[in-house]
Design a protein around this ligand. Structure first.
Ligand SMILES: NC(=O)c1ccc[n+]([C@@H]2O[C@H](COP(=O)([O-])OP(=O)(O)OC[C@H]3O[C@@H](n4cnc5c(N)ncnc54)[C@H](OP(=O)(O)O)[C@@H]3O)[C@@H](O)[C@H]2O)c1
Length: 290
């Protein structure tokens, strides 16, 4: 199989590694392709610049679009998700009938719900912020492109080397909010790669899946669990008005469809995933228990 990963970063590289091991010829495309996994073929290109996409590999079987915005401004989102995807699909148009599938890594941020309700693929995604709106635009662009397309809406990605939550605890920057639970959703990097690989192999995939682990959970529970594992003080509780934005999101995303399609999560819960990451973090930055 010949596979192009466009935007081959954190998730793309994990997928590249997995696909190379299972015998794919993999091209990893990014602006700076230094350091891609062994066995993959680096492709230096800018997805928003059509002239850099003139020598894409021919006879591709699969294309995975996993570029990210790299900035919080609207133009960053438009470039990475809408302009980049449109440019790539245009460059791949001569291969439209032979490419088996194009997969796009979207985000559960397309769901603005913040009332703790359950979300699945049938829930209307009507984003109220430009971030989600531009992702929705990109999803429609792909679904309307004539390519066989699958969108995977990922929750917050965590995994090796991503220590943001752990560092918030150790720097005493984490806060819990008063009031009812604030449900958060996540997925381990290796399950992002695993789910994409699984969806590449399904004979008749649906157009849309949610990529989340088994357990939406109160973000404070995660913070308290990490603090306890590290022997750090529990995060202080603040009023709902003082709560930082991470505590305002509140929805429960279901992975029932992904599981029903046959995917088994490697890290079904945050405890499974963070145990390994905490070991890695302790090796790099040992913090003596207080
Ligand atoms: N992080 C999360 O929690 C989260 C949550 C939901 C969904 N997602 C989505 O999941 C996907 C994978 O995320 P990730 O964490 O793997 O992202 P990442 O590590 O930032 O990787 C994205 C890659 O895209 C490349 N890229 C960006 N703009 C490009 C352009 N114009 N031309 C070519 N390459 C470009 C970047 O490399 P260069 O800078 O070298 O070009 C980078 O390596 C993304 O689509 C992201 O939006 C992420």
């Amino acid at each position: 199989m010949r596979t192009l990963i466009a935007g081959c970063g954190y998730v793309g590289s994990a997928l590249a590694q997995e696909l190379v091991l299972s015998g794919h010829t993999v091209w990893g495309l990014r602006r700076d392709p230094a350091g891609l996994p062994a066995g993959s073929r680096p492709l230096a290109a800018d997805l928003t610049q059509a002239e850099t996409l003139r020598s894409l590999p021919s006879d591709l079987d699969f294309v995975i679009y996993a570029a990210s915005a790299g900035g919080r401004r609207e133009e960053n989102y438009r470039a990475a998700y809408v302009d980049g995807l449109r440019c790539l699909l245009t460059a791949l148009a001569p291969q439209r009938s032979s490419i088996r599938r194009v997969l796009f890594t979207s985000s559960t941020s397309v769901y603005p719900q913040d009332d703790g309700s359950w979300i699945d693929e049938e829930t209307p995604a009507t984003p109220t912020h430009f971030t989600g709106a531009l992702l929705r635009q990109a999803e429609d662009l792909l679904w309307d492109s004539g390519f066989s397309a699958v969108v995977l809406r990922l929750a917050g990605i965590y995994g090796p080397g991503r220590f943001r939550l752990i560092e918030q605890i150790t720097k005493a920057e984490a806060r819990c909010s008063e009031g009812p639970p604030r449900y958060s959703n996540r997925i381990h990097r290796d399950d992002c790669a695993g789910a994409l690989h699984h969806l590449m192999q399904l004979p008749h995939p649906k157009p849309l899946y949610l990529g989340v682990d088994d357990a939406p959970v109160d973000i404070c529970e995660v913070q308290r669990w990490i603090a306890t594992q590290l022997g750090q003080p529990l995060p202080p509780t603040v009023s709902e008005e003082q709560a930082p934005p991470i505590l305002r999101a509140n929805k429960r995303c279901s992975n029932a469809l992904l599981r029903k399609s046959g995917y088994s999560l490697r890290y079904p819960s945050y405890q499974d995933g963070y145990s390994a990451i905490l070991d890695e973090w302790r090796r790099i930055s040992p913090v003596p228990p207080l």
